[in-house]
Design a protein around this ligand. Sequence first.
Ligand code: CAA
Length: 261
Amino acid sequence: NQSAQRYQNIRVETRERVGLITLDRPKALNALNAQTMRETVAAVQAFDADRGIGTILLTGSERAFAAGADIKEMASQDYADVYLADWFADWDGFTRVRKPIVAAVSGYALGGGCELAMMCDVLIAADTAQFGQPEIDLGVLPGMGGSQRLTRAVGKAKAMDMILTGRRMDAAEAERSGLVSRVVPADELLDRALEVAATISTRSLPAALAAKEAVNAAFETTLAQGVLFERRAFHAAFATEDQKEGMAAFAQKRQAEFKHR
Ligand code: CAA
């Protein structure tokens, strides 16, 4: 039970079948120090294991989704420190979450903040959102997957431009480039993102998990392998009662009541 847990740098609540996680470290614009990383990964994993939850929604504050990894915490580390502790490897636990994760991004999503948003499945941006990988200005490079996920999201031209110059992308450019799926007015961000998350959470959970798995397979496999993976997952969906219910509801012109949610 998450409500019983004590988190310092995040807030966790549930809205029906949506598990809402809010990054809450305002004094550092939600910079992702080790503690915030541990808490965020623990919170998504707890929601992933919670049968009452269908979708996870991750957000920050109006001013910042997250302004990056914590520069003050990193500054004094040397190579052996970061290598032996395998800095940022814990985020792999976030990417192993099977339930869909919606990111609602307002304000700064820089460095690790941009990279965390890109680990989510559906990205919704406020019109105030700014995305960037400014690590080059700090004498380093992205370290939480930015060089890989940004390149896959927006292509080599824009990824190289952003990662080598450190320039930011506004919400309109992010949508145009395929980094985010929707841009909404800042004051509607949470409501609109909650609607999306709630919609997903009413669907058949096995179907949603398999769909996420199939889309993610597109980044790891050849086209033929990916298409085969999808087809087998599609076949498997016919073993669920939800397939029977979903298709019967269509024929009867009514709303489906999925059992496995
Ligand atoms: N780490 C630690 N502290 C940070 C931070 C970060 N990434 N970003 C902001 N803060 C802190 C500031 O130090 C400041 O704290 P103090 O009041 O104690 O000085 C507080 O948050 C507010 O920030 P600013 O006063 O700088 O606010 P601003 O409105 O003037 O500027 C900003 C906002 C442009 C986002 C600016 O804070 C900034 O450039 N932040 C750093 C962005 C960055 O370089 N991110 C990449 C980090 S490296 C990384 O993420 C590696 C990786 O790939 C995983």
